[in-house]
Write a protein that binds this ligand. Structure first.
Ligand code: ZN
Length: 203
C-alpha cells in the first residue's frame, strides 16, 4: 500500500508557512514503512530535533481505480479517519529552498500516525466535519473539512490521474493552521466530530 499526502489544502496553513496558494493540489508520498505501529509512541528521530505535528483527515481507499471522476469518487472509500503527518520542518525548509524532494523530512519511519477508522455512514456530511488536535490537554489545531481547498472527491480524482489507487491506500488530506513543534513527553489526542481517534505520546 501507499500513502498519498496533500500539501497546502487549507488557506490558513498556507498563510502561516507563507507559501503560495497552489493552482493544483501538491502531492507527495510516504512509504508503508512510515506508518507508526499501533500502540507505539512517536520517537523523535536521531537526525533532527525539529519535528512538527500536522493533524489531517484521512481517507482509506477500498476499490482499485484510475482516472476516477470526482462525481464517482465516493464509491472508492468507505472509511475516514484522522492522523498526524509528522514533519521534520527545518529539514523540509532546507530541501524546499534547494528545490529538492521532501522525502527525508516527510516520509521517514514513524512519520505517519494513523488513528481509528470510522465508517462514513456514521457521519451526516463529509464536507462539514469538525476535527481537532489536543496537545497536553490544550487544543492546538482545529478546523472543518469545509475549509479544504479541494474536497475529498476532488482529491481522489486528481490523485488518480497520476497514481492508480489500490485497496488499502491512504490519503492524508492536508493540515489546517496551528502546526508546531513536538517535545519529548507530549501527549497528542485527535478528535473527529468529537470522537477521540488517537492518543499518542512523544519520546
Ligand atoms: Zn501534511
Amino acid at each position: 500500500m501507499k500513502i498519498i499526502c496533500i500539501g497546502r489544502n487549507y488557506l490558513s496553513h498556507i498563510l502561516e508557512l507563507q507559501n503560495q496558494k497552489p493552482k493544483e493540489p501538491v502531492l507527495f508520498l510516504k512509504p508503508d514503512t512510515s506508518i507508526l505501529q499501533k500502540g507505539q509512541p512517536f520517537f523523535i528521530p536521531h537526525f533532527t530535533n525539529d519535528i512538527h505535528f500536522e493533524v489531517e483527515v484521512l481517507v482509506k481507499i477500498k476499490k482499485i481505480g484510475k482516472h476516477i471522476q470526482a462525481k464517482f469518487a465516493n464509491k472508492y472509500y468507505q472509511e475516514i479517519g484522522l492522523g498526524i503527518d509528522f514533519t521534520a520542518r527545518e529539514l523540509q525548509t532546507k530541501l524546499k529552498d534547494k528545490g529538492m524532494p521532501w522525502e527525508k523530512a516527510k516520509a521517514f519511519d514513524g512519520s505517519a500516525l494513523i488513528g481509528e477508522w470510522i465508517n462514513k455512514s456514521e457521519v451526516d456530511n463529509l464536507y462539514n466535519l469538525n476535527f481537532s488536535l489536543e496537545k497536553n490537554g490544550k487544543e492546538v489545531q482545529c478546523s472543518n473539512t469545509a475549509n479544504m481547498i479541494w474536497n475529498i472527491d476532488e482529491l481522489i480524482s486528481y490523485i488518480s490521474k497520476y497514481f492508480t489507487l489500490k485497496i488499502g491506500d491512504i490519503i492524508f488530506t492536508g493540515t489546517p493552521s496551528g502546526v508546531g513543534p513536538v517535545s519529548e513527553n507530549d501527549i497528542y489526542k485527535g478528535y473527529l466530530e468529537g470522537k477521540e481517534l488517537f492518543n499518542i505520546k512523544i519520546k
